[in-house]
Design a protein around this ligand. Structure first.
Ligand code: ADP
Ligand code: ADP
Ligand code: MG
Length: 485
């Protein structure tokens, strides 16, 4: 029994009667659910700030957690309470379940928002939260488990009649099996880790010899990074585009899509630029890919916000690759074109509310584009560039949204992800959105550290990108020189 359980239950009971929603709770705990009074944000940086802002607008109290490395970050002051959860190393703080649960108990919260990365796709964490009577703002741990494992997600996609990249039916258990599959589908083949994420744990095999060495390396890398050595094979689709569908599902049987995002501009399988709508996708394919995503999440019994990722080949055939069972870095793009606040919806769904709209009401208006600003040095092979921001001039004006936790004088440590902010623009047309992005990137000045801004400036004057003629390998193929500063 979790010591905080009674307090959480009491807190709920105390506020019964306020903003109640009729209906049965998905886990059958109580018939009437009231909105949370207080939420803990189990994350840091820009996404922690994003969630705190949503809570404030909803009148929900917040508890922020921080490691010693983040002590003094300004965004922490925006929360109603802040709790230190340990030293800088993520394994001892942001990934340390016991400390986060203790902070939740100290803060007397009824729910935890995990953000992205860290514990957001950890099914065990979701289960622990709920066993402590704290709502996890995300899918059930069962659905997360089924979809978090890529091989099992592909099986569900198969059941939902969603097209898959040809490859192994499940994990590959031997060299001989891998070579037999290669004979059938032909090289190049991608060796992928079933527990993979963040662009890690992938290897391309171009012949039998590289398959044999690649299998060993991929399994070792997967074991090291994800503590799961399972790997599977997929035909390596040449020059694909990455298109993903935002979905949202409540506990009342409603599952909807919020259209798609094109995230083809990547470096080392990590997204750099995301836009909605996907400018090159024919309308019928667009309808089909969105419907396929909804079928998939319905089949999985998935709830809350999530993303179905696909790759699209040169003939506009699409293939499912994975589900991200959480809010994504690029969610603002979808928020701008649909006008729907995804984080608030996540919270409402977790509190048991039904979705307030129907599929037909979700429109995709105009064009939104996001760029990720990373503290990396493009001239030094994009190595992380920690340090103090000595000067900062932020872009603004019509059509510009900036999601960042940094400020002049802020020091970026070497411990976490290099993302320091996201610049998002929204305009009626793609052309106008590009002009707005160029202007905003020109305004943006960061001194003291190196960032990806110079690369992004070059990208937005690139003729191929303007024409929509890029794929996931474009940057590596064409940007052989670092951008000029
Ligand atoms: P998105 O599409 O939201 O960018 P990513 O897969 O890039 O999704 O993951 C979002 C964040 O979480 C990134 O900061 C990434 O580095 C981190 N991340 C995702 N999965 C993992 C993982 N399995 N291990 C470590 N970090 C991860
Ligand atoms: P992660 O969990 O690391 O995000 P994904 O399975 O989503 O892994 O793949 C990440 C990226 O790798 C995709 O966006 C795409 O660029 C590339 N990729 C994945 N699968 C394939 C494939 N079968 N063929 C070609 N590229 C692929
Ligand atoms: Mg992915």
């Amino acid at each position: 029994m979790c010591p905080g359980a009674d307090a959480a239950r009491l807190a709920r009971a105390d506020h019964a009667g306020e903003s109640e929603v009729e209906g049965s709770h998905p886990r059958g705990e109580c018939a009437r659910i009231s909105m949370f009074q207080r939420i803990l944000v189990a994350n840091r940086g820009e996404i922690a700030l994003r969630v705190i802002r949503a809570c404030k607008e909803m009148g929900i109290g917040t508890v922020a957690v921080f490691s010693e490395a983040d002590r003094g970050a300004h965004y922490l002051d925006l929360a109603d309470q802040k709790v230190c959860i340990g030293p800088a190393a993520a394994t001892d703080s942001y990934l340390e379940i016991r400390r986060i649960i203790s902070a939740a108990e100290v803060g007397n919260v009824q729910a935890i928002h995990p953000g992205y990365g860290f514990l957001s796709e950890n099914a065990h964490f979701a289960e622990v939260c709920r066993s402590c009577n704290i709502e996890f703002i995300g899918p059930s741990h069962e659905a997360m488990q089924k979809l978090g494992d890529k091989v099992s997600a592909k099986q569900i996609a198969r059941d939902a009649k969603v097209p898959l990249v040809p490859g192994s039916d499940g994990l590959v258990s031997s060299e001989a099996e891998a070579l037999a599959i290669a004979k059938k589908i032909g090289y190049p083949i991608l060796i992928k880790a079933t527990a993979g994420g963040g662009g890690k744990g992938m290897r391309v095999a171009t012949d039998d010899a590289s398959m044999v060495t690649g299998l060993k390396q991929a399994a070792l890398e997967a074991e090291k990074s994800f503590k799961n050595a399972g790997v599977y094979l997929e035909k390596y689709i040449e020059r694909p585009r990455h298109v993903e569908v935002q979905i949202i599902a409540d506990h009342h049987g409603n599952a909807l899509h919020l259209w798609e995002r094109d995230c083809s501009l990547q470096r080392r399988h990590q997204k750099l630029v995301e836009e909605s709508p996907a400018s090159t996708l024919p309308n019928d394919v667009r309808e089909e890919i969105c419907k396929a995503a909804v079928r998939l999440v319905k089949t999985a019994g998935y709830t809350n916000a999530g993303t179905c990722e696909f790759i699209v080949d040169l003939e506009n055939r699409f293939y499912f690759i994975e589900v991200n069972a959480r809010i994504q870095v690029e969610h603002p793009v979808t928020e701008l074109v649909t006008g729907i606040d995804l984080v608030k919806q996540q919270i409402r769904i977790a509190a048991g509310e039904p979705l307030p709209f129907k599929q037909k009401q979700i429109e995709c208006k105009g064009c939104a584009i996001e760029v990720r600003i990373n503290a990396e040095d493009p001239a030094n092979n994009y190595r992380g560039s920690p340090g103090k921001i000595t000067k900062l001039r932020l872009p603004g004006g019509p059509g510009v949204r900036l999601d960042t936790h940094v400020y002049e004088g802020y020091t970026i440590g070497p411990y976490y992800d290099s993302l320091i902010g996201k610049l998002i623009v929204h305009k009626p047309t793609r052309e106008e959105a590009f002009a707005c992005m160029r202007r905003a990137l020109d305004e943006f000045r960061v001194e003291g550290i190196k960032t990806t801004i110079p690369l992004l400036r070059e990208i937005f004057v690139n003729k191929d990108f303007i024409a929509g003629k890029v794929d996931t390998t474009y940057i590596e193929r064409t940007w052989t020189q670092p951008p000029s500063q």
